[in-house]
Unconditional design. Structure first.
Lengths: 338, 451
């Protein structure tokens, strides 16, 4: 018999789970799922070394471990802190965590142009979600925001630094998926910017993935820019025989046209398998692809909003308790779509 | 007259050369440690001495050394942090300029104690003359057989290299320093793992301040217990203080721990009082990052006891009425200085030096600077002061490295102790452009705390 691996018991917001040693708090929370998963703007499980920077995933460790029950003195970045046996973590149940997260969101937004109405990322933007969740109604920042010129990095990708939150994800993509390191951070502090080596074009088969990993609208697909709003499109999973990548993608349909191709993303908005530029930018016809099924979209997402017909229950269902019980789900949905 | 351990021979002509340094008893510690002590003995002496890190945090050096992981077959490194760039601190530069061999001797002793065969001195890039001085001193020591292979016939090998810094304040943070030393962008690493486990090139590493390393020389020479006799409580030995600001005699002083702050400022042996017959308004006791205190709180603690130059006494009262020893950058402000302007200046510095990795520090420092600029230039409102307080509270403790805290504390302390002056700036914008708030009540004797 194989030796049983020692599991660590960790409790997050009162929910206990056994995880492998070396798991981070964030990943343990993702195994539990639901509302207690801390948001992550910079951490990306597929990119080595990412995380720890945006500070939106801060959590409070109220008990260090079974051996050393002292709480950790400061809030810790859950994406980079590994669990200990018997650790107790507070996320949404600790007021200071919620407050700190709100502060981080406010800080992330002070230099953000808030141009969501014209931003291609709107509707699938993590910063937009976070701002909606935590943001106050009014901004307290009253000074000029930092601005940059837009740059084309390569013929298919545009960099709009104004929207960037410096999560470094694209830098990790460029470092880890491509051979040449031509893409990084210039300057420091609030004048730091993502850039390429003296405006060099990024030219590599997998560089298009920087668009998918960008949590905001700083890196956009030039073949899709201003074509449509994501909530008017319908995502469909498809695949093809690609010699360079797995060929597993999501096609975004508007009517019968494929207007965008992206990699498939999981429930935490992370790319499942990176795709090549040819799949992303060149194959924009249905005949290039073998369709599988509609992409599952969370009903919380704005993308889902156009894909459900409003459900109008006949009056009889509303009155009869038995029928009411049988149609609980539909009734809840019709409440939500009202 | 206080005892001097590091700067005893500072006025001897030619003390920067190996010959004179040895004449004055230099390199005795190397001979003693390498020939008659085991590495563990040296660590034990340093532990006994109670030496605390002189770079700012005040972490016990002996304990730091004992945390160093010692896996088989992996090299260990000692890195000397000479990236002194805290505004108000210039003690390490002084030490390296005038007695470079004290640092090299300390490096040899410390490297021996830690079992490091390669050690680095990371010196701030702007201090090119000091880099040249250290390089020359290393040459001299090597020629005399104190460095290289088989030092003094004991079989111990050590090479010391000098590395010019990357030109950023953040490179003084130990993990950013290691990144920079490896040739990368000086961004602080996310801890854990700590450098004692995975530091330079992923090997166990100890990073110590210049002064801490130099202080191991008298510890080895006279024994840890002898060193611990100087000073009081957990603050032992002597400390270099770089005094600046409106003082009669600014400069670097070696003090015994436990010297009253009042004596340090006013006695002729040290700073000689406030320049031009002015009165003291405020003091930043340990480099720009530590909380600023008004004159009445720096000379006496909130309980009315005289404040002493020790880690404990300076920190007495916590954030409410205390400050910190920090790196020993003692900045005095006389009655003509404007605290708002000074706070703005510090914040401008931190904004410029923030590495931009984590959001609260990157965005928050810039935000604070803009608000302080607004207040200083007569456009502030009362809400701005509260907002400033709120922002600094949100930065503190939420960042990867202590730069966020260092940016938040001066603002917090300035608002806590000098709120009147901020409000005066806001209510009298015209007047604030033409004159300063003056001493006000900041030097009034403290009202005794009544239970």
């Amino acid at each position: 018999m194989a030796e049983e691996i020692q599991k660590f018991k960790v409790t997050i917001d009162g929910i206990t789970i056994d995880v492998d040693p070396g798991t981070t708090i964030l990943n343990a929370a993702r195994q539990i799922g639901g509302e207690i998963v801390p948001p992550a703007m910079c951490y990306y499980s597929k990119l080595e070394g990412s995380g720890g920077k945006c500070r939106t995933c801060l959590v409070k460790v109220s008990k260090g471990s079974e051996k050393d029950p002292r709480p950790m003195p400061k809030l810790v970045a859950s994406c980079r802190t590994t669990v200990m046996d018997g650790m107790e973590v507070l996320n949404i149940t600790a007021p200071e965590v919620v407050e700190a997260r709100k502060a981080v969101v406010e800080m992330l937004l002070i230099n953000h142009p808030l141009d969501c109405p014209v931003c291609d990322q709107a509707g699938e933007c993590k910063l937009q979600d976070l701002g909606y969740e935590h943001g106050a109604l009014q901004q307290r920042y009253e000074f000029e925001r930092r601005t940059f010129e837009r740059i084309d990095i390569g013929d298919k990708i545009q960099l709009h630094m104004n929207r960037c939150i410096l999560c470094y994800r694209c830098v990790f993509v460029a470092n880890q998926l491509t051979e040449k390191r031509e893409h990084g951070i210039l300057n420091r502090g609030d004048h730091a910017e993502i850039s390429t080596f003296i405006h060099q074009a990024l030219d590599h088969d997998f560089i298009g993935n920087v668009i998918d990993v960008c949590p905001v609208g700083a890196l956009t697909d030039k073949t899709f820019r201003f074509k449509n709003r994501v909530w008017f499109t319908k995502p469909v999973n498809a695949h093809c025989n690609c010699s360079k990548c797995s060929g597993k993608v999501t096609l975004w349909y508007k009517g019968t046209d494929v207007i965008r191709v992206t990699a498939r993303k999981d429930e935490f908005d992370e790319v499942e398998e990176f795709i090549c530029n040819e799949c992303r930018f060149e194959r924009k016809h249905t005949d290039d692809w073998v369709l599988e099924e509609p992409t599952k979209v969370s009903d919380q997402s704005v993308i889902a909003s156009n894909h459900y017909e409003a459900f109008n229950p006949p009056a009889v269902i509303k009155n009869d308790p038995q029928l009411k019980e049988a149609n609980v789900e539909q009734l809840a949905r019709s409440e939500k779509l009202k | 007259m206080g005892r001097k351990l590091l700067l005893e021979h500072i006025n001897v002509p030619g003390i920067n050369t190996l010959a004179v340094y040895r004449e004055k008893g230099g390199y005795r510690a190397v001979e003693k440690a390498l020939k008659s002590m085991s590495p563990e003995d040296v660590v034990e002496e340093v532990k006994k001495s109670g030496l605390r890190g002189r770079g700012g945090a005040g972490f016990p050096t002996g304990m730091k050394w004992s945390f160093l992981a010692k896996p088989e077959g992996v090299p260990r490194y000692l890195v000397c942090n000479g990236d002194e760039s805290e505004p108000g601190t210039f003690k390490d530069r002084y030490l390296m300029t005038y007695i470079p061999h004290a640092l090299i001797e300390g490096m040899i002793v410390s490297s021996y104690a830690l079992g490091a065969n390669t050690s680095y001195i990371y010196i701030r890039g702007e201090m090119m003359p000091q880099i040249r001085i250290m390089e020359k001193a290393i040459e001299e020591a090597k020629a005399a057989g104190y460095l290289g292979k088989n030092i003094l016939g004991t079989g111990y090998d050590l090479e010391i290299y000098v590395q010019p810094g990357g030109g950023a304040y953040i490179c003084g943070e130990e993990t950013a320093l290691l990144e920079s030393l490896e040739g990368k962008r000086g961004n602080p690493r996310i801890k854990p793992p700590f450098p004692a486990v995975a530091g330079l090139y992923n090997c166990p590493t100890v990073v110590n301040n210049v002064e801490s390393i130099a202080a191991t020389v008298p510890i080895v020479n006279d024994g840890g217990e002898e060193y611990a006799k100087i000073g009081i409580e957990r603050s032992t030995g002597t400390k270099l203080i770089s005094a600046s600001g409106n003082l009669v005699k600014p400069g670097v002083y070696e003090i015994e721990m436990g010297l009253p702050v009042e004596e340090f400022i006013y006695s002729d042996e040290y700073c000689g009082g406030i320049a031009n017959g002015k009165r003291l308004k405020a003091v930043v006791a340990g480099g720009s990052s530590v909380p600023i205190l008004p004159a009445n709180l720096i000379t006496h603690t909130i309980n009315g006891n005289p404040r002493l130059m020790t880690y404990e006494s300076l920190a007495d009262g916590g954030f409410v009425s205390g400050t910190a020893m920090g790196s020993g950058g003692f900045i005095a402000f006389d009655e003509d200085q404007c605290i708002v302007r000074n706070t703005y200046n510090y914040t401008r510095f931190y904004r410029h030096e923030s590495c931009g990795q984590c959001s609260p520090c990157r965005e928050g420092t810039g935000w604070m600077e803009k608000i302080l600029y607004k207040i200083e230039h007569g456009h502030g409102s009362m809400e701005d002061v509260d907002l400033l307080w709120e922002i600094q509270r949100k930065i503190e403790g939420n960042t990867i490295c202590p730069l966020g805290d260092a940016a938040a504390w001066p603002v917090a302390a300035a608002i806590r102790h000098f709120r009147d002056e901020f409000e005066w700036h806001i209510l009298h914008p015209q007047e604030a452009q033409q004159r300063n708030y003056g001493l006000a009540h900041y030097a009034d004797p403290l009202v005794p705390v009544t239970e």
